[in-house]
Ligand binder design. Structure first.
Ligand code: DC
Length: 206
């Protein structure tokens, strides 16, 4: 069983995907991490993430980079969003994601284009969303909880810019796949959102 979980940043898709994987006993891939690793490689090289050649060369990142906590930072998220615009980068990362989706027994993948490009045949497709204001509040809480001082307005502007880029790029833009179930987590707590996602998957299995 393949479960595709797509949605914008800080929508709760990662938390939901992880919980679904644990509940249904499936391996989980956070595909955003791959784009973050590419973005980080470009950043480390002091390059411009809008340069397609540099971004493509950065797809050759070492696997150890995927464990680096710096990938979770807002700055690297911005780099990831910019390198993900390039079709060559998306092509370079395709096989790895596709192989993960097709492994025996199935898998849960979360990202932006899982239900539309990586695994359109997924048994269950979820599109997780929440208002920009709520997503900014969550990210702000998470960052201040980690001791990072940051303005809520700055986070909100950053998230809005990222949404704009991810939604309007020509190749594999962020959008709900045909047949995807929409899960708006704006007013849901963590456990409620997870329960709703599990119920959706269970309904498909039944
Ligand atoms: O989910 P995330 O915030 O970790 O993703 C970081 C960036 O990577 C996101 O802004 C766009 C890109 N991305 C993508 O284009 N396709 C995916 N399947 C996952 C992430």
């Amino acid at each position: 069983m393949i479960i595709a979980v797509d949605g914008p940043t800080a929508s709760g898709k990662g938390t939901i995907a992880k919980a679904l994987a644990a509940h249904f006993g499936l391996p989980h891939l956070d595909t955003g991490l791959l784009y973050r690793a590419v973005g980080r490689q470009v950043q480390l090289a002091g390059g411009n993430p809008d340069d397609a050649h540099l971004a493509l060369a950065a797809c050759d990142f070492p696997d150890s980079l995927l464990d680096d906590d710096i990938l979770r930072s807002e700055e690297v998220g911005g780099y990831a969003s910019r390198v993900s615009v390039h079709p060559a980068v998306r092509r370079a990362l395709y096989e790895r994601q596709r192989a993960f989706a097709l492994q025996e027994g199935g898998a849960v993948l979360d990202g932006r284009d899982i239900g539309t490009v990586i695994a359109p045949e997924a048994l269950v497709k979820l599109f997780v969303t929440a208002s920009v204001t709520e997503r900014a509040r969550r990210r702000w809480l998470e960052m201040t909880g980690r001791g990072i001082t940051v303005d809520l307005e700055v986070i909100e502007a950053d998230i809005a810019a990222r949404d704009e880029r991810d939604t309007n790029r020509a190749d594999a833009p962020l959008r709900a796949a045909p047949g995807a179930a929409l899960l708006d987590t704006t007013t849901l707590g963590r456990d409620e959102a997870i329960a709703a996602a599990i119920a959706e998957v269970a309904a498909h299995i039944a």
